[in-house]
Design a binder for this molecule. Sequence first.
Ligand code: IPM
Ligand code: MG
Length: 374
Amino acid sequence: MAKYHIAWLPGDGVGNDVMDAAKIVLDTINLDAEYIPGDIGWEFWKTEGDPLPTRTIKLLKETDCGLFGAITSKPNDEAQKELAPELKSKGFVYSSPIVRLRQTFNLHTNLRPCKAFAGNPLNYRDDIDLVVFRENTEGLYAGVEFQPVPDEIFNALMSHKKMKKFENVPLDDMAISTRIFTRKACQNIVRQAFEYAKEHNRKSVTLVEKPNVIRETSGMMVQEARKIAKNYSGIELWETNVDAMCMWLVKNPQIYDVLVSSNMFGDIISDLSAQLVGGLGFAASGNIGDDFAVFEPTHGSAPKYAGMYKVNPTAMLMSVKLMLDWLGEKKDAKKLEQAIADVIKDGKVRTYDLGGDNTSLEVAEEIAKKFEQL
Ligand code: IPM
Ligand code: MG
């Protein structure tokens, strides 16, 4: 029996292309793993009304972790139009399967390293090496939303004096998305960020929130961060508002080590950070819980490139690297990152985004070759 059981979830569009690239590298590494394919994505929404079928949840429960390609997400009204005719008006509501995966398996920590590889022509600067920790299950992503607003919710909110402004708005003309934080999740994400900083000799952790306006939720995160920081001497806690952070990340990205934020702000700053080191083709991530994790590149499914093997597989292969780390295969993880860095530096085999004309698979083969030489 294989040592690891890994759920293989290509998803939509170029998800399949980059997963094929991942397979080339994993076969070379010769990881003692069985890869078990799982259904997830738009196709299953259209034909079954569920992009994350129950059988896939069951499969994931039987595996050690998942490797995931990409997903197509559309707003609910567009999703309804694409539903198979016999499923229409049966009450199916589209929700992003990756967000659901994070919540179903309590994958509370989203780890997103953004490192400028030497020789990458797309680097904004060559000295950027930061890691984003994004809270992954709560906040604006928890999905506690109302439209129209039910009477009982409206009435409960009316006890708040700031609701006066809304008292005469018809409930059908109002939409509410909640931003719920728990102390436990705030503590967890900040602690993960500090633990990472400690393990990797990083000097600072920057908390990115907006407590001057969003007093209660962002405020709770700040409170907890200040307490936790006291346990890590030698690592500074920097506090920055999310808007200012976007400016600082463009002005001085090289000064940052570890960033930590809530779900929505973390989503935003991780795309900004990814662009500083070459764009989403370089943006790897790990959705990590206490004993289960799903690794994925953070780029979308890019339907227009699907099946063309055109997109940069680096984000996917760096996600494989994160998976190897998490599984405890540290030596192979390090070697894989080195192989990726070497191929980028050599500059001979490159996808279109880097000015080359190689396929995703050719890049993966080159990385696999380097890996074997290390
Ligand atoms: C990401 C993506 C997802 C998110 C989408 C696809 C739902 O943007 O992983 O950053 O918003 O979390
Ligand atoms: Mg995102």
